[in-house]
Design a protein around this ligand. Structure first.
Ligand code: GLU
Length: 493
């Protein structure tokens, strides 16, 4: 049997997600249990949405959790480069092969035509998708359009009839009708490959033997399998893992649960406990033990023990496990050292000290003034938000709109945040002082504190989001109906 090689292929388009770590963990255990390699590949073909910061955050979060990779950025191996943006030539030569074989075709349809097509399909209540308009273009027609530099994409051909069947390690035979599968764009009009194309080409060239990924990709698998066939390559083995869920069984989302690994780091969870908890998602040790290390998980790993019932990511259970680690695994000295390392992270401390220095008279003032930088829940009550001109409903609007604004700020810094909040205050026709009041309370727990904008920039979006959410809850929360009307109002700003 060929060497087992698995991979995790995150797109650097947002905060490092616990779901990425969960899938990475299972891929790593599977590869290492079989003496194989675990590869990290950055799928950054979406130029608009990919950022270096997100990539760096993902790499740092995986490292923090102890999920090291055998090959990938910073750990080059024989299959690099491991960043798709550095592999453009490879995709260009591969798409030529498919064009020459007639497995892919150029599509010159305008956005307008595709829009009208979709509208008609909606009206007719038929399966949405490309109708094959450019499938039969004559060679000369294509040549003259190319000579005129006409914008176009490259799509894959899809069989008109029948089903695609494939084996999934957890689900057995999966069958999907080709009529459900769209003629996927493989190369976008900017010349960049789409996820589907780059992913298949890279999995093959990187000798990936097992593709273990989230179940949201099942419906894409027929396209991938067809691409392997078009290239005359063997397809890897597929395994679609169940998605993590909120306690109410909906798909884990940051609206309901913090999903960013950065949040758990900033809240002072132990990485080994979080990793152990992720290992419990849909999987159990043969011994039934709930507390286990990465090494123990790898030694006892058996992918067939993954259960398909959606695993619930429950923070209360994680808290219990984290407490157990703190009590059972850390000596008093280790506790003190690790707490100090967490609380006095040098980068954060360097940002916080200048703010505190301006305001304290004695070191004993530091905790009451700046303790919120390392606190979890601030223990607020509605009375804390009492203000002469901002009532609870206005406070909720300020907090919710600020959160939405802050979520759009690409790089969290004072200079980027300040104008956003100022413009929001102007939209709401509030004096900046009054506008900032509920934010002060939500973020620092006090009406007077270090600059709230600086504090938000230092705390980062994960903790800021959690505090604004918790403040909104303290103030009575937002009903579904209110949420809709707030969204409408915000859109018009
Ligand atoms: N880039 C995809 C993602 O962001 C990878 C999916 C896959 O593993 O095939 O999840």
């Amino acid at each position: 049997m060929n060497k087992v090689r698995t991979r995790i292929a995150p797109s650097p388009t947002g905060d490092p997600h616990v779901g990425t770590a969960y899938i990475a963990l299972f891929n790593r255990c599977f590869a290492h249990q079989h003496g194989g390699d675990f590869v990290l590949r950055i799928e950054d073909t979406d130029k608009q949405r990919s950022t270096d910061k997100s990539e760096q955050d993902i790499l740092n979060s995986l490292k923090w959790l102890g999920l090291s990779w055998d090959e990938g950025p910073g750990c080059e191996g024989e299959f690099g480069p491991y960043r798709q943006s550095e592999r453009s030539d490879i995709y260009a030569s591969h798409i030529e092969q498919l064009l020459n074989r007639g497995s892919a075709f150029r599509c010159f349809c305008t956005a307008q035509r595709l829009h009208e097509l979709r509208a008609q399909q909606m009206l007719d209540k038929t399966q949405p998708g490309y109708d094959g308009h450019c499938l039969g273009l004559a060679e000369e027609d294509i040549a003259s359009r190319l000579a005129a530099d006409e914008q176009h994409v490259i799509r894959m051909r899809i069989p008109e009839q029948g089903d695609c069947q494939f084996q999934d390690m957890l689900r057995g035979t999966v069958s999907i009708s080709w009529s459900q599968v769209d003629m996927q764009v493989l190369i976008k009009s900017d010349g960049m490959p789409t996820y589907h194309f780059a992913n298949v080409v890279d999995d093959h060239l990187m000798s990936i033997s097992h593709v273990i990924r989230g179940e949201e990709w099942i419906n894409s698998t027929p396209k991938h399998i067809l691409l392997y066939q078009y290239f005359h390559w063997d397809a890897p083995v597929f395994c679609h893992m169940p998605l993590l869920r909120n306690p109410d069984k909906s798909k884990l989302s940051k609206r309901k649960n913090p999903t960013s690994i950065g949040y758990y780091q900033a809240m002072g969870y132990l990485p080994e406990a979080l990793l152990n908890y992720l290992g419990m998602m849909g999987w159990t040790m043969p011994s039934g033990d709930e507390k286990f290390s990465l090494t123990e998980m790898t030694e006892n790993f058996d992918i067939s023990r993954v259960s398909l019932g959606g695993p619930i990511f429950d923070i209360e259970k994680l808290d219990w496990l984290n407490g157990k680690y703190i009590r059972e695994d850390l000596s008093d000295q280790e506790f003190a050292e690790r707490f100090a390392r967490w609380a006095f992270d040098p980068v954060k401390t360097a940002q916080i000290v200048p703010l505190l220095k301006q305001r304290v008279e004695r070191f004993s003032d530091v905790v009451s003034l700046g303790g919120f930088f390392i606190s979890g829940d601030l223990g607020l009550a509605e009375a804390n938000f009492a203000h002469k001109s901002i009532d609870a409903s206005m406070a909720i609007r300020i907090l919710q709109f600020s959160l939405w604004k802050l979520e759009q700020v690409p790089e969290f810094s004072r200079d980027n945040i300040e104008p956003e909040l100022q413009s929001l205050a102007a939209q709401l026709q509030l004096k900046i002082r009054d506008f900032l009041f509920p934010l002060f309370i939500a973020i620092s727990g006090r009406a007077v504190s270090t600059s709230v904008i600086e504090s938000i920039a230092i705390l980062g979006i994960d903790i800021t989001r959690a505090r604004l959410r918790s403040a909104i809850d303290v103030l009575g929360g937002i009903s579904k109906k209110q949420q809709k009307s707030l969204e409408r109002e915000f859109r018009d700003f």
